[in-house]
Design a protein around this ligand. Sequence first.
Ligand SMILES: Cc1cc2nc3c(=O)[nH]c(=O)nc-3n(C[C@H](O)[C@H](O)[C@H](O)COP(=O)(O)O)c2cc1C
Length: 353
Amino acid sequence: MTDQSPLFTPVRLGDIALANRIVMAPMTRSRAPGGVPTALMAEYYAQRAGAGLIVTEGTSPSANGLGYTDIPGLFTPAMVEGWRAVAQAVHAKGGRIVAQVMHTGRIGHPDNMGGLPVVGPSAFAAAGQMFTATGPKDHPVPHALTEAEIEALVADYAAAARNAVAAGLDGVELHAANGYLPNQFLAPNANTRTDRWGGNIEGRARFVLAALDAMVAAIGPGHVGIRLSPGNPFNDIRDEALEATYAHLFAELGRRDFAFLHLFGTQPGFDVPALAARLAGKALILNGGYDRDRAEADLAAGRGAAIAFGTSFLANPDLPERLARRAPLNPPDSASFYGGGAKGYTDYPTLAA
Ligand SMILES: Cc1cc2nc3c(=O)[nH]c(=O)nc-3n(C[C@H](O)[C@H](O)[C@H](O)COP(=O)(O)O)c2cc1C
């Protein structure tokens, strides 16, 4: 691919060397029965190995973090073996792949977790419903995690990072965005704890930082990234002191060594680039509604090191080639996003097909 576009230049995120700056955004596809990645998943990710980096679908560090039906985990030997086949398939095509470690917290349902209780920072149900095998059901009131349970979960994040490396993946991304467990700890409407895991901004940020620190200690800073979505109300997240929350978090992140910060979307009027300036030297991955022109403009302006593409990568296994040629894109079929088999998963055509 000969192209003058900054999208097609190599970049390093920590210890991970990317051939281009096109990242595949993490996307839950609910095709891993029992939490174990399948051969079909290996094929799906290998089809998209032209990305500079693939961030996998959200993958749970523990049994009570598998809140959606058929999402994968990274906490049993069978799961590690499943991911090993995915890593091998992607590496065989020259790609790089990190696991997004996602604990769903209060966004889940016991029906999806073999009856295990849903957990969260505090005993408040999220507004809205969860898809289950027997239809949509209200989010349950979560069990408020005890301090000992929180510490065990932090250890689970570290174990998931070790398992990712054992499976041959290139690292992990801590999912602290979109209203899942770490984001629940950050948000005052989901976290009303009065112990050191809540109470004020420092307390609410403690879980995110503890999970990140544990993962970094487990596999090294060059292989660990973190995803945040400041201002995204998805999954019933509200924070009246948003700017102060993220100012504190970004200042703490600025003191730490890790591979990349992946930012999804922002609230209008909330100046994330200015806050992110506190993260001197950190590589940013930007995401949310990007096309080639906007991606190139943001890279050229130095706003980020790489750009993540979600739905366009889902529907276009050869997205980098299509962007390079300014070729038309297949539209995504939202009816086949979650669950099912090859249809709407591995059967999107390439330009060559
Ligand atoms: C089907 C689907 C599943 C998603 N699952 C996840 C996920 O597991 N973890 C995550 O951080 N974001 C998830 N997202 C959000 C995407 O990573 C991305 O932020 C979003 O699609 C916006 O990027 P885009 O405009 O390029 O599509 C999902 C999005 C879609 C469409």
